[in-house]
Design a protein around this ligand. Structure first.
Ligand code: GLC
Length: 547
């Protein structure tokens, strides 16, 4: 392949700005706090890009995903000057900056919506989705809001409903109105000119809906239970992903390309689709839409070898002819932490998987330490999802708690005596950057080893992927190869020790084991993996066959 670009060979690190570093002493993280921690991202880890969850002015009904001004910074986080300094300093360190872009909806406090709501004849009325009630007064259709309830809010003053796919404080913008498209593309230009390298596009496929707003059909697989929100009781076939969405992203891609002369820009879309061929359509038929549609396969999968392999092979197959670039994530601000979902030992294996698969890896802050979900006492709940659907485990506060830097009070996130916006994990005395840096077998040490290895060896970031068959039950074994360099990655998802079948590959050297307690020569004829162990073996010589 041609020389991989930064977003292909690199690792993206997601920062939830409220929780990374508090420089002002208000218990909420901010941009200056992130600036202070760039050294960690540059030298300790190191990563190639940061993605910042929203930092725009916002009433924070959905913690920044309700944007009241797309071209400024919320004072809670700093100001445009601090943002510019952050971009400049990140670039000086060769770290790219990706910002969240929230096109599907604004805040109800955005001047566009205030204007739109003011009258049926407002010039901005059609910037949002307004509809008359049905003859019996009920909402225009059966669409459900993601956080609960119907997706329509009645406006008594103008006697119409407006659409909100999320909170009622997040009215959906009408992307079928060219004025909206033009205004939002101007927003993108504003940030491109400020030097951002890319955009993470929030609920990307939702922006185009059925123009007739037809009812969504029931989801035959849905069973009411605590873990599954009512929203999932309908298939979102008409409320999201209308084919017209592809035209918007082709246009947006062209806009990004116009700014890619001096350095390549990129966009990565939040797209919750698990049918790989359908998901792959978001790369564009000519690879002219998203550089990366986020692949959430590893968030959704039951944690066992065969299922994980099916995800990887499904993604690889879907991208084979198209030539799209794969990508994987283990966590984000909407999903319970990997160490809580599968356990600490298993999370080490997951990290090895993430950082040795072909394609771009996105790492959620704190997962490199093995941070866990933090139980949130009732009086500290922040997330609207938890408030609207209490006690069902749907709330997202547990995975958004402050970064654990050291064992000092407040884990070095904010000054002692300040109450952080969300509580810290009880375990922060052991699970923190300072302790783990000093521990040669910590999760952080493992992550650093894997990041270094991946950066140093093209085979591990852009090399070919080939699964090895037969692998023992509960094991996933694959080969990564590029320019004569070959690595064998073997992952044992079971609690039992397993011996790999004799592989017809040359001898090699263990370069990293998830247990961090062995290295040296590996004989592929007798290679044993211990309980929940993963190993990366560098094979000798570039030739040789594999059975
Ligand atoms: C996306 C974000 C999530 C937010 C929602 C509404 O799914 O990741 O945090 O609540 O969009 O904007």
């Amino acid at each position: 392949m041609s020389e991989p670009l930064w977003w292909q060979r690199g690792v993206i690190y997601q920062i939830y700005p409220r929780s990374f570093g508090d420089s002002t002493g208000d218990g909420v993280g901010d941009l200056a706090g992130i600036l202070q921690k760039l050294e960690y991202l540059d030298h300790t880890l190191p990563v190639d890009a940061i993605w910042l969850s929203p930092i725009y002015p916002s009433p924070m009904a959905d913690f920044g995903y309700d944007v009241a001004n797309y071209v400024d910074i919320d004072p809670l986080f700093g100001d445009l000057d601090t943002f510019d300094r952050l971009v400049e300093e990140a670039h000086r360190r060769d770290i790219r900056v990706i910002i969240d872009f929230v096109p599907n909806h604004s805040s109800d406090q955005h001047p566009w919506f205030i204007e739109s709501r003011s009258s049926r004849h407002s010039p901005k009325r059609d910037w949002y989705v307004w509809r008359d009630p049905q003859p019996d007064g009920s909402p225009p259709n059966n669409w459900l809001a993601y956080f609960g309830g119907i997706a329509w809010e009645w406006d008594e003053a103008t006697k119409q409903y407006y659409l909100h796919s999320f909170l009622k404080e997040q009215p959906d913008l009408n992307w079928r109105n060219p004025e909206v498209t033009a205004a939002m593309f101007d927003v993108v230009r504003f940030w491109l000119k400020r030097g951002v390298d890319g955009f993470r596009i929030d609920v990307a496929h939702a922006i185009m809906k059925d123009p007739e707003l037809r009812d969504n059909p029931p989801n035959p697989d849905w069973r009411p239970n605590a873990q599954s929100p009512e929203h999932d009781s309908l298939l979102t076939v008409h409320s999201a992903g209308h084919p017209d969405v592809h035209g918007v992203y082709r246009d947006l891609r062209r806009l990004l390309d116009e700014y890619s002369g001096e350095r390549p820009r990129m966009m990565v879309g939040e797209i919750h689709i698990f049918d790989w061929p359908r998901w792959a359509q978001y790369y564009g038929a000519q690879l002219d839409e998203f550089h990366l549609p986020f692949n959430f396969g590893l968030l959704d999968v039951g944690w066992e070898a065969a299922a994980i392999r099916r995800v990887v092979d499904g993604v690889e197959d879907a991208l084979h002819t198209l030539g799209g670039w794969p990508n994987y994530v283990l966590g984000n601000h909407d999903t319970h932490r990997i160490a809580s979902r599968i356990g600490q030992t298993e999370a080490r294996l997951a990290m090895m998987l993430l950082l040795t698969l072909r394609g771009t890896a996105t790492l959620y802050y704190g997962d490199e330490l093995g941070m866990v979900d933090v139980p949130i006492p009732l009086d500290r709940v922040q997330d609207p999802f938890e408030k609207l659907t209490p006690g069902r485990g749907l709330g997202r506060d547990p995975e958004r708690t402050p970064m654990q830097w050291d064992a000092a009070p407040n884990a070095g996130f904010c000054a002692a005596g300040v109450e952080p916006w969300l509580p810290l994990a009880d375990s922060y005395g052991e699970i923190n950057v300072a302790e783990e840096l000093a521990d040669p077998r910590s999760m952080l040490t493992l992550t650093r080893r894997l990041l270094d290895l991946r950066r140093a060896h093209p085979a591990l970031h852009s090399g070919s992927y080939r699964p090895i068959d037969p692998a023992p039950d509960h094991c996933f074994v694959y080969l990564r190869e590029e320019q004569g360099e070959r690595f064998l990655v073997s992952l044992n998802f079971s609690a039992e020790e397993v011996m790999l079948p004799a592989l017809d590959v040359p001898n090699g050297t263990i370069v990293v084991s998830t247990h961090l307690d062995r290295d040296g020569r590996a004989d592929p004829a007798r290679f044993t993996l211990r309980s929940h162990e993963g190993c990366v073996v560098r094979l000798e010589g570039g030739t040789g066959t594999l059975s």
